[in-house]
Design a protein around this ligand. Structure first.
Ligand SMILES: NC(=O)c1ccc[n+]([C@@H]2O[C@H](COP(=O)([O-])OP(=O)(O)OC[C@H]3O[C@@H](n4cnc5c(N)ncnc54)[C@H](O)[C@@H]3O)[C@@H](O)[C@H]2O)c1
Length: 252
C-alpha cells in the first residue's frame, strides 16, 4: 500500500516505537491520529509532528470507542493501524508467596491481548469501507515480543498474551482477506524505549550479549522502518516477524 495520502491510527504513539512510526508515517505523507493515555505526552507529541491526539485507555472499552469516534472524525477513513500499547509483569507460576495471582495473569492478558484485539476488530470495521487500491483496503500492525516464542522465567503471563497476539495474525488475515485487509505482528527483542532506555550502558550490554549482531538494543526507528515496510509490501500477511538481531532468549 502506498503511504502518501493514507490515514493512519497509531495506538501508543506518544512514546517509543509507535511514536517513531507515527513520525515516519507523517514524513511519508500519511495523516496520523495518535491514541494514548490522557496523561501521556500524546498532545504535545502529536502537535510536534502535525498529527492529532485522541486520549484513551485501551483497557477501557468506552474510552476506546470515544477516541475512535474522534479519530475517525479527523481522519475521515482508516487505512493503516499500528498498535503498541501493552506490557507485562515479572511473576513466576509459583513463588515462595504462593501460586501466581490469577487476577494478575488476567490483567496482563486483558492489556496485551484482549485490548489489542478490541482495537483490531474496530480498525478492520472502519477499513472495510475504503475504496480498494490494488484490491487492498487496509493493514493492521500489532506488537508481540520475542517473549511470545522464548518466554523467560517470570514471563508466563506476558508470554501467553504475546503468543496470543502472534497466533491471531493468521486467522485474522484469513478472516479479512476477502476484504483486502492484512494483519501482521512485529516481535521486537529489547528496544530502547521507556524504562529500557534508562538502563546504564553496562546493563544494556549485559542484556544484549546474546544478540548475534548488532549487540545493542533496537532503536524505535528500526521498528518504524519495519512497520512502513509491512505497509508497503502486500505479500507480508498473517505472520509475526521477529525484529531481534538474531537473539534467542535464555531462561533468564
Ligand atoms: N521496548 C522493548 O524492549 C519491547 C520489547 C518487546 C515488546 N515490546 C512491546 O512494545 C510495546 C511498548 O512499546 P514501547 O517499547 O515503544 O514502550 P513505550 O513505553 O515507549 O510506549 C508505550 C506507549 O503506550 C502507551 N500506553 C500504555 N498503556 C496504555 C493504555 N492502557 N492505553 C493507551 N496507551 C497506553 C504509553 O503511554 C506509551 O506512550 C508493548 O506492547 C511491549 O510489550 C517492547
Amino acid at each position: 500500500m502506498q503511504i502518501q495520502g493514507k490515514a493512519a491510527m497509531v495506538v501508543g504513539g506518544a512514546s517509543g516505537m509507535a511514536r517513531a512510526t507515527a513520525e515516519m508515517l507523517r514524513e511519508a505523507g500519511a495523516d496520523v491520529a495518535i491514541l494514548d493515555l490522557p496523561q501521556s505526552a500524546g498532545a504535545e507529541v502529536a502537535a510536534g509532528m502535525g498529527a492529532t491526539f485522541h486520549p484513551c485507555d485501551v483497557m477501557d472499552a468506552d474510552s476506546v470507542d470515544t477516541a475512535f469516534a474522534s479519530a475517525m472524525d479527523t481522519l475521515g477513513a482508516l487505512h493503516i493501524a499500528v498498535n503498541t500499547a501493552g506490557g507485562g509483569i515479572a511473576m513466576r507460576t509459583i513463588s515462595k508467596k504462593g501460586p501466581h495471582p490469577i487476577d494478575e495473569f488476567r490483567r496482563v492478558i486483558e492489556f496485551s491481548l484482549v485490548a489489542t484485539f478490541n482495537l483490531n476488530r474496530l480498525q478492520a470495521w472502519h477499513m472495510r469501507e475504503n475504496e480498494p487500491e490494488d484490491g487492498e483496503r487496509g493493514v493492521i500492525i500489532d506488537t508481540a515480543s520475542v517473549a511470545a516464542f522464548e518466554g523467560q522465567i517470570g514471563q508466563v503471563a506476558y508470554t501467553a498474551a504475546k503468543a496470543g497476539v502472534a497466533a491471531m495474525m493468521l486467522p485474522m488475515a484469513r478472516d479479512l482477506g476477502t476484504l483486502g485487509i492484512r494483519s501482521v505482528a512485529i516481535a521486537p527483542s529489547l528496544f530502547e524505549t521507556g524504562l529500557t532506555s534508562l538502563a546504564p550502558p553496562e546493563m544494556q550490554a549485559e542484556l544484549t550479549r546474546d544478540n548475534a549482531f548488532p549487540r545493542r538494543m533496537g532503536k524505535p526507528e528500526e521498528y518504524a522502518q519495519l512497520a512502513l515496510a509491512i505497509v508497503r509490501n502486500p505479500m507480508l500477511n498473517g505472520s509475526c516477524i521477529r525484529l531481534d538481531a538474531g537473539v534467542r532468549f535464555a531462561p533468564k
